[in-house]
Write a protein that binds this ligand. Structure first.
Ligand SMILES: [Zn+2]
Length: 424
């Protein structure tokens, strides 16, 4: 039975992968809808032939890797349970020390190491792909260093969450999901508060804007939007990537707007001001807080579903998965698998909400700067620097796009440009 289940799980994964290969490489039609052809949103008007070909190629492979990697996690956790590894990790932990407090830490260490090793090939392919297409400029040791920071951060986070979670399960068989969720609220807020000052600096250096002339322009604009000056930062990304980006992060007194130095190096001041105005909208309209609120609400529902699904899975397949009791640490891979599945299933909704905020930010930015020329060319440059797909296939958009496609974004700006011209 165990072998059969393992075989079917692998088969399902392979068929799923083949489906997406077919969908992305053969079914999806990269051609633009007729009404967009020849507009400023049409990549053939601003990319050269080689860039066009590379962006199509690169995006297709990236999209495939995206769809392969999350279900690969599920397969990994499923096989870890099915073939008794979870049981073995627990035994290793118990045999290695008589101190009970360390058992969970050691169990987690083994599970993390195996998960790291299993997902490493896909991560490495993704890194070397972006290197091949000249997006990433990071050396292998530097990339590996980031991977190791990821590993220890994840391990550290699990080390805080997992013992509490299993303690709650032992205390309350029926309500642990609710108590777990209640505790997750202050924990999430605390992590969001720490993110920009403790976690992000582990990966990159942050400082105030180096270009003082540009800084003055940005701060004048920030002033108009009521954003205190000390909340604008530049981050050192040029040694890692050629792509451009800017974002808003942190909460409370740690909230800040961050611009990648690649953005500052490659765009003109007017283009940067447009990007900056876009980020200011996220800041002013408190999109991060809406995001956290939505996430917490979803996670309440998610924790309840996880509780139900875990009980069901252990009741129905406990023997095959080698879990006698949900409250045994051996069930952790099942917990992680279900959480990952629920996150994936909810991503169309969270992406949709995010795209709504992004559309608002674009509109805010163009109304603030009133310079559609700079705005449109900044998006065209963004597309070129990241070899992004202007018009992604539907499933990619639904599951992967936290921003509207560049086709939609540029087309909206062009509409603004036409309206502005008609007024004059
Ligand atoms: Zn945005």
């Amino acid at each position: 039975m165990v072998r059969k289940m393992g075989f079917y799980a692998v088969l399902a994964y392979v068929l799923y992968g083949l489906f997406f290969y077919w969908y992305l490489f053969h079914f999806a039609d990269p051609k633009l809808p007729f009404e967009y052809q020849g507009t400023k949103a049409d990549p053939s008007t601003f990319l050269n032939g080689r860039e066009l070909m590379l962006s199509e190629e690169y995006s297709k492979i990236r999209n495939l890797l995206f769809f392969l990697s999350t279900p690969f996690e599920w397969l990994f956790y499923f096989l870890i349970l099915l073939f008794g590894f979870s049981k073995v990790f627990k035994r290793w932990a118990e045999n290695s020390t008589k101190y009970k407090v360390l058992h969970t830490a050691i169990y987690l260490f083994w599970l993390s190491i195996f998960a790291f090793a299993a997902t490493f090939p896909l991560n490495y392919i993704s890194y070397s792909l972006s290197k091949t297409y000249n997006i990433s400029t990071q050396s292998f040791p530097a990339w590996m260093k980031d991977e190791l920071i990821d590993f220890w951060l994840n391990y550290g986070t699990w080390l805080i969450i997992v013992p509490v979670l299993y303690w709650l399960m032992k205390k309350s068989k029926k309500r642990w999901w609710l108590y777990g969720w209640i505790l997750s609220v202050p924990f999430t807020l605390f992590m969001m508060f720490l993110q920009p000052v403790v976690i992000d600096p582990l990966y990159n250096d942050f400082y105030t804007l180096k270009d003082k002339q540009l800084e003055t322009k940005i701060l004048t604009m920030a002033d108009k939007a009521d954003i205190p000056a000390k909340h604008v930062f530049e981050v050192d990304m040029a040694e890692k990537t050629n792509a451009m980006n800017a974002y808003v992060t942190g909460i409370g007194s740690n909230a800040r707007i961050v611009l990648w130095d690649t953005t500052l190096n490659k765009l003109t001041d007017d283009q940067i001001l447009f990007i900056m105005a876009h980020e200011m909208c996220h800041y002013v309209e408190k999109h991060i807080y809406w995001g956290i609120g939505g996430y917490l609400l979803l996670s309440l529902f998610g924790m309840y579903l996880t509780y139900r699904l875990m009980n069901w899975a252990v009741g129905r397949f406990g023997k095959e998965l080698k879990i006698n009791d949900v409250r045994d640490i051996r069930s952790l891979p099942l917990f992680l698998m279900i959480i990952s599945m629920l996150l994936f299933a909810s991503s169309p909704f969270t992406n949709f909400a995010s795209r709504y905020q992004e559309t608002r930010a674009d509109r805010y930015a163009i109304e603030m700067t009133k310079n559609p020329g700079a705005a449109i060319t900044s998006f065209q440059e963004l597309t070129r620097s990241g070899l992004s797909q202007v018009n992604p296939p539907l499933l990619v958009k639904i599951f992967r796009y936290t921003h509207p496609s560049m086709l939609d974004r540029i087309a909206k700006l062009e509409e603004f440009e036409i309206k502005q011209r008609n007024k004059e």
